[in-house]
Design a binder for this molecule. Sequence first.
Ligand code: MSP
Length: 660
Amino acid sequence: MEKEKFYITTPIYYPSDKLHIGHSYCTVATDTMARYKRLRGYDVMFLTGTDEHGQKIERIANGQGMEPKEYVDNVVVGIKELWKTLNISYDKFIRTTDDYHVKAIQKIFTKLYEQGDIYKSSYEGWYCTPCESFFTEHQLVDGKCPDCGREVELVKEESYFFRLSKYQDRILKHMEENPEFLQPNTRLNEMINNFLKPGLEDLAVSRTSFKWGIPVEFDPGHVVYVWIDALSNYITAMGYGSDDDSLFQKYWPADIHVVGKEIVRFHSIIWPAMLMALNVPLPKKIFGHGWLVINGGKMSKSVGNVVDPNVLVEKYGVDAIRYFLLREIAFGQDGNFNNEALIQRINSDLANDLGNLVSRTVGMIDKYFGGKLPDDRTETAFDKDLETMALNTAEKVEAAMEKMFFSDALVEIWNLIRRTNKYIDETQPWILCKDEAKKGELANALYHVAESIRITSILIQPFMPNTPEKIWKQYNIDSNLVDWDMTKKWGLLPIELKIEKGETLFPRIDMKKELAALESAIKASQSTAVANQGKEEKKEEKKKHEEPEYPAEITIDDFCKVQLKVGEVVGSSIVEGSKKLLRNIIKIGEEERVIFSGIKPWYTPEEMVGKKVVVAYNLKPRKMMGEMSYGMILCADDGNGNLSLLTTEKKDFPSGSGIS
Ligand code: MSP
């Protein structure tokens, strides 16, 4: 019988230098679903890739003195490596610079133009480069990007427009009639009430002010708007718009697009409108997951609080990290990343509950029976209860997985693991072993535990792909006993079960020692050496930025106490809840520091980056907005409260230089 198809996608990632644990979260979740469906017998197509065009990439590449293509080629290698490290089992990786994609986008654009869904006009509005999004004046929040809160630029360009407004009623109807189209429900309601009901405006879908994009075939001065280019990847990767669209015929419509909450609008409104215009069926489901946050704030490179997944995997192994992400955070909601919680989960759920169960059972079979169970068994009073629970667990996991509730699925599996540990306590093998007449009960009890471990090892496969193999090796579990359906049958292990002692699955971690080591490993991997977001901090105290007071006259000795240095701004971001502050990352020679500065009314974060500034280097660090600030950036003040940064007259003067 032909397998049923299942097509699942992640967003395609912007090729940023370092994808962090937040990016990994989305991909690990999608991978888990893909693995689960494969185990359930589906013909799975799992697509991921990179979103390589746009002004943002062009600017980053130029900033690094590279051609955009050269820049993205380098970064994509690292992204693919990360997916390998995290055991991501994608079936296809699309790059939007791939030739077949470029051609298909040109065809799509031309088709929409020829049928009147795209028309030429001119555009005046606000553009957020980091989000690659257009906004009207009234959509801005406090004059900033409503999605990310950053500065926007006024753009006046001739542009092609997509008739988004034409599809508004059809999309609204589709969502109201098919609420499962967009999940969780909160996101569905948000799209309906905040975007569809107030009305959609036509969308500018070409740009002329930069070059790094797919040229419009019939008007090459324009490049295709990056979201039109990016969203289409889900069909072009399957061959839509090429000579061979057999994969498209087979796999489309997608069963699930997994996306982060901030890009739900693009996926649930713009993408369906494009598909309607192309007369292509809509995807079956869009799932908008929450963010992995650090101390309540979004993880971001410019904030300097990103956690490098490579560091975590190297320390604890990929399965532990995958388990933590999927267990700790309810998919769909935001969840806090926290070093202590990570170590706690590894110790209690992995080392204690699962690891210990596997190794102590092997140890007992070895000790009491020389590694091989006899076929002479006697039932114990506790068997039925364990058997029933073990045989029912798969069904509960299936129910949770259908809703993408990974955490609930893991809770069910861990209930079984804990029940199995309890069964050991109930049957007390260490007492049974003392009585020759109870050897049958002892053998039976250990067989039961081994069977429960076999079932567990099947259930954890989608979440923790490396661990099951290690268990199968120790229990000599044959590969034909580990299909998903074998979780619903009891007594499949051979009667004379043989074990081989193996490695400890998850070594216990000394919390105190490890916390410090982990924090310094994370810090070392961050662009700033001073950010310290490892510990869970209490709610941030909001302090006003107070300018230090100086005495009217000082001696030269006093003056010499202030050490001034040249620093280069390598990162800058706005500070939630502060009208004036920017959080800057300043490179001073080899060192990088976080310095808060009250200059937001005069400089945008983008304007700050790259500037050479003068820093009061030996100023006592102080806490601002819940975080330490290490020094002060000097500014001229015109007396009316207007500030201007002090800088070196020679622009290429090295950072770290002293000032005398
Ligand atoms: N290129 C667009 C997507 C185009 S899809 C047609 C994009 N790229 S991204 O690299 O910025 O983000 C990729 C995914 O990572 C998004 O789903 C985003 O929500 C997710 N995450 C980025 N940071 C995250 C967290 N801190 N936590 C959880 N997911 C996060 O958007």
